[in-house]
Design a protein around this ligand. Structure first.
Ligand code: HEC
Length: 163
């Protein structure tokens, strides 16, 4: 048997066993069709605020105190689970009473279908290196989003902080 054969077999076997359970998880960056759909959704709905390359807004001065965060590998997207990101996109930025906050992120509930939101998340995550995706998995899904914090400045810092 060739040296390379055993690892290849293992990968194939693992892939077959693993795929049914993975199918329940809506975000799959190995699914090229999903990432491609996500790219379209993102570029049409999100890029004006979060940047065509996910690097944050082109003209930050167009935004108020709370700038749209970068969503690329230098951002802190890994601090929040896919589910938290989904909620942020579905509901937008709301205050404690649930009212949308003017000038922040709009709600995409009536604009995008669920699978389009998951696809956008998939596209975003396809820009993250593996260690960043691993880190996200380790974060607890119940992690609170920072949007209801008084201190908004932490959103702009891209590195070296935890919350
Ligand atoms: C009008 C500008 C605007 C648009 C359009 C917009 N966002 Fe946002 N987004 C924001 C702001 C501002 C925040 C920070 C949250 C806050 O301030 O309430 C944010 C936060 C987020 C977060 C959370 C980031 C983190 O690290 O916690 C994600 C994910 C996100 N947006 C994805 C998207 C996606 C996907 C779209 C398109 C479907 C989109 N946004 C469209 C302004 C925008």
């Amino acid at each position: 048997m060739h040296r390379n054969f055993v690892p290849v077999l293992l990968v194939l076997t693992f892939g077959l066993i693993a795929s049914p359970s993975f199918a329940n998880h809506p975000v799959n960056i190995s699914d090229q069709a999903q990432v491609k759909l996500g790219k379209k959704i993102y570029q049409e709905n999100c890029a004006t605020c979060h940047g065509v390359n996910l690097q944050g807004p082109e003209n930050p001065e167009d935004f108020g105190k709370r700038k749209p965060p970068r969503l690329d590998a230098k951002g802190h997207g890994s601090h929040h689970s896919d589910q938290v990101h989904f909620k942020q996109i579905e509901l937008g930025s709301r205050d404690k009473s649930g009212k949308l906050i003017d000038g922040r992120m709009p709600s995409f509930h009536d604009v995008l279908k669920d699978n389009e939101i998951w696809a956008a998340i998939s596209y975003i995550k396809s820009h993250w290196p593996k260690n960043m995706r691993m880190k996200q998995i380790q974060m607890s899904p119940g992690h609170r989003h920072g949007q209801d914090r008084k201190d908004s400045s932490h959103h702009m810092k891209s590195k070296g902080h935890m919350h």
